[in-house]
Design a protein around this ligand. Structure first.
Ligand SMILES: Cc1cc2nc3c(=O)[nH]c(=O)nc-3n(C[C@H](O)[C@H](O)[C@H](O)COP(=O)(O)O)c2cc1C
Length: 140
C-alpha cells in the first residue's frame, strides 16, 4: 500500500465557481477511484486543495501524474509519498464535504477528520502531515 499527500492552489475559470469545479472533480474522482481501489480525502479551503491518496503504488503515482497536469489548479506541491501497511480511509473513494455546505461546515468536517484520525491506530507519517496541514488550512 502507498500513500501520497500534496497541496495545490485552485485556478478559478471564467464563468465557474469553485463549487462547480469541485463537483466536476469529485464526480469523476469517485468513479475512477473506486474502479482503481484508490481511497483518500480531498479538502478545500481558502483556495487551497489538500489531498491524501492511498492505493497501489503504481496507481497512485499514475493518478498523481494526471492530477499534476490538471489546469483547474496550479502550484501542485508534493508533501510526502511513502509505502504504508494500511489505509487510513479504507471506505472512502474520496471523502469530501458536500458543495452546499458552508465554510463553518467545512471547518467541522476537518475537525471530524482530525478527531477520527487522532483516535485511529493507523497513523503514518503521511497521515500525520496531512492532518497538520488540514488543521492549518481550517483554522483561520
Ligand atoms: C484537486 C484535484 C484533485 C483530483 N483528484 C482526483 C482523484 O482523486 N481521482 C481522479 O480520478 N481524478 C482526480 N482529479 C482529476 C484529474 O486531475 C484528471 O482530470 C483525471 O484523472 C482525468 O485525467 P485524464 O484526462 O488525463 O484521463 C483531481 C483534480 C484536481 C484538480
Amino acid at each position: 500500500m502507498f500513500e501520497l499527500v500534496y497541496y495545490s492552489i485552485i485556478n478559478i475559470q471564467k464563468g465557474k465557481t469553485s463549487i462547480q469545479i469541485m463537483d466536476e472533480i469529485l464526480s469523476k474522482s469517485r468513479e475512477f477511484n473506486s474502479h482503481k481501489n484508490i481511497t483518500g480525502c480531498l479538502l478545500f479551503r481558502n483556495n487551497v486543495f489538500l489531498q491524501l491518496l492511498e492505493g497501489k503504488k503504481e496507481d497512485v503515482q499514475n493518478l498523481y501524474s494526471s492530477i499534476k497536469k490538471d489546469k483547474r489548479h496550479s502550484n501542485v506541491t508534493l508533501i510526502i509519498e511513502q509505502e504504508v501497511k494500511e489505509r487510513m480511509f479504507p471506505d472512502w473513494s474520496m471523502a469530501f464535504y458536500e458543495s452546499t455546505n458552508t465554510n463553518a461546515d467545512m471547518n467541522q468536517f476537518i475537525k471530524n477528520i482530525i478527531f477520527f484520525s487522532e483516535n485511529s491506530d493507523k497513523q503514518t507519517e503521511a497521515t500525520d502531515l496531512f492532518l497538520r496541514m488540514a488543521k492549518h488550512i481550517s483554522i483561520k
